[in-house]
Every structure is written in C-alpha cells, then in structure tokens.
Design a protein around this ligand. Structure first.
Ligand SMILES: [Zn+2]
Length: 281
C-alpha cells in the first residue's frame, strides 16, 4: 500500500472496553514535521465512565454529550505508541459504529524506538514509555491529553526518522520491517439512512440513537432528543413528559424545523443534517 499521509493517533477510553473511546488525538506529519494537531472528544456508544479512566484523562460524561465522530484514516500510515491498543480501539469503535474497517498501515512507535535505540539500559519497559521517549527527543507535552500524546508520538517517530536519515516515516517503517498493513473489511451494510447519519455524525450500535441532542425546556430542564430508527424511517424521540402523549413535542418540532435556540449540546451541524434525514426517511 502506498500511504497518502502519515498521522499519529492516540485514544483515551471511557472504561475498560476498547470500543469506548471518549477522546482521540491526531497529529499529521508532512515534509518531516507535524503540520496539524487536533484533539476531539468522542461520545462513546455506551456512556459509562470508569473512575479509574476519569482519573487518567479527566474527561467526564458531560464533556462528551453531543460530541462528534471519527476521523478518516483509510490509506494512511497511522502511528501510535503501543499501537496494539490504539489500533484495537479503532477497530472496535468502527465496528461499534457500524463503519467499515478501512485499509491502512500502522506503525508502533514503541517498536520503532526499541529497534532504533536498542537496550535502553536495565530499566525494562520504563525507558520506552511515551514520557521517557518524549523527554529523550526534547518534546514537552501534557501526558494523557489525547492530542498531546499523539503529538509526542509523532515527534518521536520524526526524531527516529531524522537520526536514521530516512526520507520519510513510511520508508523508515518499511526499511525496518515494522509497518503493518491492515486490510480493510467490508461494510456491515448499514441501511441508507443510517449510513447518511453516520457520515454526518456517528453514534453507534444498531439500537443506539443515530443522533443525539440535548435541548433546554421552557423551565430550564434539559431533555434528550434522539434520532432513532422507527418502522417508517428515522424519527425523533424526546425524553420530556409531553412526548409521552404526543410524539411531536415542542422540542422535536423545533429541532425538525432546524431551530437551535434551545440546543444545549454542541452539535448545531447535526440539526442542519436532521432536515435531510427526516425528509428522506
Ligand atoms: Zn420534548
């Protein structure tokens, strides 16, 4: 595979499950340097945050309400520190979201560092930790912030590339035999409406809502409005009391009309997408 681009990736997860990412950090490499950094919150399919995970990354459920989807990585060279973890999260998440598994190449920067700086003393694993290697190559970063971790991972790979005199990271990985090609797999054939919703945003498992909004009721109470698959196509379901008696409560009507005045979740773009989703359905 020829890699069209190189990016470092780092996930933080909400709990022990690998399909529970709540943040992804990305650092794109071009021309031998990091040209773009990005950190995104992700709303995990299951909103269960383990206290131990929160202690590590500090991300709480309220932080990811209405958070968006997932970066496009097909055809890329994806760097990660302990790639088996991040690649595992990626695969589990794409599956949970009903998205196809893309073909890409991965490179683990732990393996890269081990190969390039072998026998880092008798300190065992310690000296190949992200923080140790970042210090070694002179990068300061905030550990366990996904964006910062991805950036540190990218800079470590670039440092090895420069020391090894390689023209780019892809050829370095090939030269060392460390690049792992990940074959893509077919789509789980989501139906048309789900596919459209997933392209726009992203939740989730088949029975989970396609889109999720939080709106402020007239007395200030927040309500959840979810786009769900109904028999006659997608429809909005609201958590307010009024919705028990009539399906199109005022919150549903407002969102369906594209009104975002009462929107508390940070996804006005999804409201714009709603009109099309509901019309097509
Ligand atoms: Zn309502």
């Amino acid at each position: 595979m020829t890699c069209s681009r190189t990016l470092a990736i780092d996930f933080e997860t909400a709990n022990e499950r690998r399909d529970s990412p709540c943040a992804v950090g990305l650092a794109w490499i071009e021309g031998g340097r990091v040209v773009r950094r990005e950190s995104r919150l992700i709303r995990p399919a299951e909103m269960r945050f383990a206290p131990g995970n929160i202690r590590v990354h500090g991300i709480r459920p309220r932080d990811v309400a209405g958070a968006p989807s997932f970066p496009e990585i097909a055809g890329s060279l994806v760097l990660a520190h302990n790639a088996s973890f991040d690649v595992g999260v990626l695969a589990a998440t794409l599956q949970a979201y009903g998205l196809p598994q893309p073909a890409y190449t991965s490179l683990c920067t732990v393996q890269l560092a081990r190969r390039h700086w072998p026998g880092e003393g008798g300190q065992g694993q310690g000296s190949y930790r992200l923080s140790s290697l970042a210090a070694r190559v002179g990068v300061t970063f905030r550990h366990h912030d996904a964006g910062e971790d991805a950036y540190a991972c990218a800079e470590i790979a670039l440092a090895v590339m420069r020391e090894a005199g390689a023209p780019d990271i892809a050829s370095l990985a090939r030269r060392l035999g460390l690049a792992r090609e990940r074959a893509g797999e077919g789509v789980r054939a989501p139906d048309g409406i789900a596919a459209r919703a997933l392209r726009g945003v992203a939740p989730s498992r088949t029975r989970a809502p396609l889109l999720h909004f939080v709106v402020r009721g007239s007395t200030g109470t927040p309500y959840d409005v979810r786009l769900v698959e109904g028999r006659g196509g997608p429809r909005l379901r609201c958590s307010c009391a009024g919705a028990r008696f009539r399906p199109d409560c005022r919150h549903v009507r407002a969102l369906a009309n594209g009104e975002i005045d009462a929107l508390l979740s940070d996804n006005p773009g999804d409201v714009a997408a709603l009109a099309e989703l509901l019309r097509v359905g």
